[in-house]
Design a protein around this ligand. Structure first.
Ligand SMILES: Cc1cc2nc3c(=O)[nH]c(=O)nc-3n(C[C@H](O)[C@H](O)[C@H](O)COP(=O)(O)O)c2cc1C
Length: 221
């Protein structure tokens, strides 16, 4: 078993998976461990729906269909671009790393759309978890869910299971709610595709860096 430092360094967003499923016992172990994530007042506001097999196939078809038809998105939270300055630079850097690895040129609108639609296909992953939050929870509880998601992804990493968090999976929440029979008062934050990495997928060669702590972390005393 790898240690926490190794799991943090090893985890990265993987965007191409093998069809091989994660054993049922491992799935349960991973989600049981992720429950230890901290939350404000221990309310544990996450409601993760784990989807595999036939259900995932149907959800994939519905989401890919919506994306290919350019159906209007209707996310539970605004998804419009608000990145400016350094944040915009980082966003562009991440996109360049990904599309560069995939060999998709900036001017190739069709290639970009198809690359984006891979999100809706869960990057061919055999499993996905769609993470909902009940009303009236908002920003504070969303922070708890971020902690939950990273805990989950590190546990997956420690077992050799790759993942990719995807805001893109939150753009058509009505489709997801309908297919998974989730009540309307549960709002969809994002999803995480997971499974075993397909090393032959070009997107998986993408690497992104991080800002230096001197530029990010003021230490006060
Ligand atoms: C909440 C959240 C939403 C994300 N949404 C997407 C997404 O929709 N599609 C995607 O390909 N990557 C998505 N990512 C992955 C980020 O692009 C990735 O974490 C970032 O570029 C850092 O790279 P790394 O995860 O490989 O370290 C998301 C990550 C997070 C935490």
């Amino acid at each position: 078993m790898i240690n926490v430092d190794q799991a943090i360094r090893l985890r990265r967003s993987v965007r191409g998976f093998l069809p091989r499923e994660v054993p049922e016992a491992t799935l349960h172990e991973v989600f049981a461990l992720a429950q230890y994530a901290p939350s404000n007042c221990n309310v544990q506001p996450w409601t993760p729906h784990v989807v595999s097999g036939e259900k995932l196939k149907r959800l994939r078809e519905a989401l890919v269909g919506a994306g290919m038809r350019d159906d209007p998105i209707k996310p539970d939270w605004p998804a419009d671009g608000k990145f400016t300055g350094i944040y915009r630079e980082r966003q562009v850097g991440a996109a360049q790393a990904l599309y560069g690895a995939m060999g998709v040129a900036r001017s190739d609108a069709v290639g970009r759309k198809l690359a984006y639609i891979r999100n809706h296909a869960f990057f061919d992953a055999p499993h996905a978890v769609l993470i909902f939050m009940p009303e009236p929870f908002d920003t504070r509880e969303a922070a708890d869910i971020g902690m939950y998601a990273q805990t989950l992804m590190l546990v997956l990493t420690s077992r050799g299971i790759a993942s990719c968090a995807q805001g893109a999976l939150g753009l058509f929440p009505d489709i997801v709610r309908e297919q998974l029979d989730v009540p309307g008062n549960y709002k969809l934050l994002f999803g995480i595709s997971f499974g075993y990495e397909d090393h032959d997928v070009r997107a998986n060669a993408a690497r992104v860096g991080r800002a230096k702590i001197d530029d990010v972390v003021p230490f006060h005393r």
